[in-house]
Design a protein around this ligand. Structure first.
Ligand SMILES: C[S@@+](CC[C@H](N)C(=O)[O-])C[C@H]1O[C@@H](n2cnc3c(N)ncnc32)[C@H](O)[C@@H]1O
Length: 271
């Protein structure tokens, strides 16, 4: 999969690409990532990419033409990498990482904006099925509305608050999507166990030491009894979800979930 980020501040992403899951996904050839600066597509010799809003108002808006051209450029570069014009070994290697020539390319163009639909685990899973994901970051007071209206497929918000730019939201989305790409997470840290993968919060987790300031790790987790550990984990995930995010339980529950929830209610009524 290829994730292209369109941002006026490519240096924001330097550390992001060089660490942890993203770095490993890139090194393993599961993910290719790049940042493209709309300033490189400015029509002005001073590299201007923003201007005052029509109708007045505070601040500056990013102009549409450099954003459209930056997106069109990364889309056509990806198409030609997949479908032809690869003469060097290096590009052939890259091609083998991200797709097959002749296949129709599944591309999604997303604007990061507070007016969008809230980002969820389900959306991360869906975006991970595309061949190319293009994340467009706004800055200043935002972007010319024609970007949202005529260029992107959707707008995604990472929460009901306003940030200075789309760079942090793009990192949030890219990180969550990368975790959903098959083979990116090792077996030891499967995404299946994370909160929200199943519509439940993750159960409490512990590591060494077994006792710290008198707080002891539950015996069952040190028992080595796999079935009891699995049941404990499912029950504690349900207990936590019921307490912190009861809305996640407003869905058809399995027989096992109903049984465990009844046991939790009984236990708590005895306290
Ligand atoms: C200062 S904000 C502009 C906010 C805009 N004036 C508004 O009220 O909707 C600059 C940019 O940051 C990004 N941004 C800010 N908050 C965000 C959020 N919650 N989710 C996603 N992107 C956000 C968007 O790309 C936005 O264009």
């Amino acid at each position: 999969m290829k994730i292209d980020i369109i941002s006026l501040f490519p240096e924001f992403f330097d550390a992001f690409f060089r660490h942890s899951i993203i770095k490993r996904a890139i090194e393993a050839g599961r993910l290719d990532m790049a940042v493209t600066n709309p300033r490189d597509f400015s029509h002005n010799k001073h590299g201007q990419v923003d201007d005052t809003p029509y109708g007045g108002g505070a601040g500056m808006l990013m102009m549409a033409p450099p954003i459209f051209e930056a997106v069109e450029s990364v889309a056509s570069n990806y198409d030609s990498t997949i479908n032809g014009n690869y003469e060097t070994d290096e590009i052939c290697d890259e091609m083998s990482l991200i797709g097959n020539p002749g296949e129709s390319i599944r591309r999604r163009i997303v604007f990061m904006g507070p007016t969008g639909q809230p980002f969820t685990q389900e959306k991360a899973r869906e975006l991970a099925t595309y061949d190319q994901l293009i994340l467009v970051c706004g800055h200043y007071e935002g972007v010319d509305y024609r970007v949202e209206e005529h260029l992107v497929d959707e707008t995604i918000s990472i929460g009901d608050y306003v940030l200075t730019g789309g760079e942090l939201p793009a990192m949030v989305v890219a990180d969550a999507v990368a975790r959903m790409i098959p083979g990116v997470l090792g077996a030891a840290s499967g995404a299946q166990e994370d909160s929200f993968y199943e519509p439940l919060l993750e159960c409490p987790q512990y590591t060494k030491p077994p006792e710290f300031r008198g707080w002891v790790v539950p015996d069952v987790l040190r028992s080595g009894h796999h079935k009891n550990i699995a049941t404990w984990r499912q029950k504690e995930a349900l207990r936590r979800t019921r307490l912190l995010r009861p809305d996640l339980l407003e869905r058809p529950l399995t027989k096992e979930e109903i049984k465990l929830l009844k046991a939790i209610v009984e236990e708590e009524s005895r306290l």
